[in-house]
Design a protein around this ligand. Structure first.
Ligand code: GLC
Length: 717
């Protein structure tokens, strides 16, 4: 995809000086307005190839300056009219899950199991952000994670490579559109390549141990999908893998990323990652950091100005060859050409259909909510008397979640209190809100209330970068609220606003219903409250395992079998659990309830045997199943298909998701769902990165989550 721009890129490259080439590999931090003139001199000298539109190391946590389009156009004008080579700069910003309209955190998007809806939403995000001259987003984040103590699990696609890959495609197609050079398309950045989500102990920036076998079969698939979908850039990750920092690893950045995945775009470092090679003990000084990173295949240096300050001498001394430098510059030029920046370097701020964006944001938030418990108390009626308590009634910012740099707040993001009063008011009901707890003065109301509604969870400030938690249960005061609510003798509903799958074992007994609402963005409050009162029927499914308690981490569904039945399936076995706790998940991967019920029937396999050569040549196994809505309200079910390769040259997981279909069904309606499994689905990667399919028996599981019973056995002969 990007190599088609090489002819023009090589023409431009031929006319560049050494200094101008180096400038293209330098991503500089946007200065304050007081330093714009001094900054323009650097641009005139061709020293700046890109500007990162953030001003701190943890942009997701800190207030960021709003974008001023006029300033960016003015800087770009300097590059296009006053520099010698007139190469446009590319502006990058962390547009992770929204711009002025904020969408659910990416982990919630994964819970929607609706890639097409996600793609539509990310098309809107691109339209929103490009209207303010952001050409390039540092998103999607594709780090698989099995440790929800890690704060950055919010940004990722959960624990499964298949779901993560479908989401990766949706994000890239959403951001980049059908034409990357269109004014409302932005260059995507698959990050953090690679393995950052396996950070030891769920602590950020920590080391990782990842075998090549795990890398190819679990960690790489979403990056492979993003590359295949045409992602223009990749961001290298802070972590080392088995003692080898990714930032200076030719194995990961060149051999695997370009050799095995076929990536043609350019690689940018994470914030100051090049300079961190010193602390990681690989490099002596700035020049050493640069030499190691560039020779490994890291094209652009983010913010620490190591390349711009040391590359000239390294090239003149031969420690970095001119060929290596040219290759890196060529890759940057390719992406700038593909993004249409040479032809359209400036941005005219344009109006967008905000109402459409907001409506889609609410739709995705509603589709991502996961109902994990319901004794029938939900949905509530709008004519009821409700006592509601929350620590977050008026916290608009929390609803956006972490990594929402430009989200409109104020009335644009209704609070929980506002949404609750509005929705219940529609039905003539009454809400008595007690901030932060069931106080004694609420006894009157409790006496008249039908239900207690608790809006709990975690603040966005304990999620995201450098925000890991050693205990992922609700806080003690929130647990106390649950107990007190239960003691009233009323039905108690818990809505959990979170950025990770919180450990809810300690409060589960007190709650008659639990809805996981995540941090759902601009319309999070309405999406959650309207779900509680039945305007939406929840259809999200768990994209990650919900452990009972923090001590069970890591626990994930696609685990290989032990030599003993220690994992039962997925942790439950009377003899081999912990001595103090069952080891099974509280809620398993793929799990979620609805306000209606669904029935699976008539599962059929077109055939249960297939020739090895036939499947290599593209033939597939075909399965059908009927799904019926057996309840009294419309709903959406996500039918899932899992496999188990029973015998192979390497241990294969007890379950692997290999397909899902989210279908809408009216009451009584039945639909037939079809799944096909072929070479792509039944094979796996060997440690050397080669893909293989081995003959033998496979079990097939079709159902509503990863605990679905066995449907078929098929034989590849
Ligand atoms: C941060 C993050 C990365 C982000 C970059 C720029 O440290 O690790 O995800 O894109 O810096 O803000």
């Amino acid at each position: 995809m990007f190599k088609e721009y090489d002819i023009r890129a090589k023409e431009i490259l031929k006319g560049m000086t050494l200094e101008e080439k180096i400038g293209q590999l330098n991503q500089s931090v946007l200065p304050g307005e007081d330093r714009l003139e001094e900054y323009k001199d650097k641009i005139r000298r061709g020293e700046i190839g890109s500007i990162i539109l953030t001003t701190s190391a943890t942009a997701g946590n800190d207030e960021q300056k709003a974008i001023v389009v006029e300033h960016l156009n003015s800087l770009q004008k300097t590059a296009m009219e006053e520099s010698r080579v007139k190469i446009p700069m590319i502006y990058g910003r962390d547009v992770i899950h929204g711009h002025h309209t904020v969408y659910p955190i990416p982990l919630a998007s994964a819970a929607s199991f609706d890639p097409e809806l996600v793609r539509q939403c990310y098309r809107c995000i691109a339209e929103d952000a490009t209207s303010e001259s952001t050409h390039w987003t540092f998103s999607p984040m594709l780090d698989l994670c099995r440790d929800p103590r890690w704060g950055r699990i919010i940004e990722g696609p959960g624990e499964d490579p298949y779901l993560a890959s479908r989401m990766a495609e949706a994000y890239v197609k959403g951001f980049q559109g059908d034409d990357l050079s269109a004014p409302d398309s932005m260059v995507a950045c698959a990050k953090h390549y690679v393995g950052y989500g396996f950070s030891e102990g769920g602590r950020d920036y920590h080391r990782t141990e990842i075998s090549d076998y795990t890398l190819y079969n679990y960690v790489l698939p979403p990056f492979r999908a993003a590359v295949k979908a045409g992602a223009g850039t990749v961001m290298s990750s802070f972590n080392d893998i088995n003692g080898e920092p990714v930032t200076s690893s030719k194995k990961y950045l060149t051999d695997i990323l370009r050799g095995n995945l076929g990536f043609e775009g350019f690689v940018i470092a994470d914030w100051f990652a090049v300079s961190q090679l010193k602390r990681q003990g690989l490099a002596e000084d700035m020049a050493d950091c640069t030499r190691l990173a560039l020779n490994a295949g890291l094209d652009m240096d983010m913010a620490d100005e190591h390349y711009i300050n040391t590359l000239r001498d390294l090239v003149l001394s031969g420690e970095v060859s001119m060929e290596t430098l040219d290759e890196a510059v060529l890759r940057v030029l390719r992406v700038k050409l593909a993004a249409g920046l040479f032809d359209n370097p400036y941005v005219e701020a344009k109006k967008i259909d905000r109402a459409h964006h907001v409506a889609l944001s609410e739709k995705l938030a509603a589709e991502s909510m996961v109902l994990v418990k319901n004794d029938g108390v939900l949905p509530l009626r709008k004519d009821q008397t409700i006592v509601a308590s929350s620590p977050f009634f008026d916290d608009r910012r929390l609803l956006h979640g972490s990594w929402a740099l430009d989200g409109y707040l104020g009335a644009s993001t209704p609070s929980l209190r506002e949404a609750l009063n509005e929705v219940v008011g529609q039905g003539g009901g009454t809400v008595y809100t007690c901030d932060y707890g069931i106080h004694d003065n609420s006894t009157y109301w409790l006496a008249h209330a039908d239900t207690v509604l608790l809006l709990l969870g975690e603040s966005h400030t304990v999620t995201g970068e450098a925000r890991c938690r050693s205990d992922i249960s609700l806080t003690p005061d929130q647990e106390a609220i649950c107990r007190k609510a239960k003691a009233t003798g009323k039905k108690v509903v818990g809505v959990i606003f979170c950025g990770r799958p919180l450990a809810l074992e300690s409060v589960e007994p007190y709650l008659d219903a639990i809805l996981i609402a995540w941090h759902g963005g601009t319309r999070a409050a309405h999406a959650a409250i309207k779900t509680v009162f039945g305007d939406y029927n929840p259809s999200g499914r768990a994209p990650v395992t919900f452990v009972r308690r923090t001590g069970h981490i890591p626990l994930y569904y696609n685990v290989t079998s032990s030599g003993r039945p220690v994992d039962g399936y997925y942790g439950e076995h009377p003899e081999f659990c912990y001595t103090d706790s069952p080891a099974s998940p509280l809620y398993p991967f793929g799990y979620g309830l609805s306000y209606t019920t669904f029935e699976y029937s008539d599962a059929k396999a077109e055939r249960c045997e297939i020739g090895y050569e036939d499947i290599i040549n593209g033939e597939k196994l075909k399965f059908t199943v009927k799904v019926k809505n057996t309840g009294d309200r419309a709903g959406k079910e996500t039918a899932q298909i899992y496999i188990r390769d029973l015998k192979a040259s390497y241990m294969r997981p007890l379950r692997e998701l290999k397909g899902f279909k989210k279908i809408a069904l009216e009451p009584g309606e039945e639909k037939e769902v079809t799944f096909e499994l072929g070479y792509e689905e039944l094979g796996f990667y060997l440690p050397d990165g080669s893909y293989t399919l081995e003959r033998g028996l496979f079990e097939i599981y079709i159902g509503k989550d990863c605990l679905a019973g066995k449907s078929f056995e098929v034989f590849v002969k």
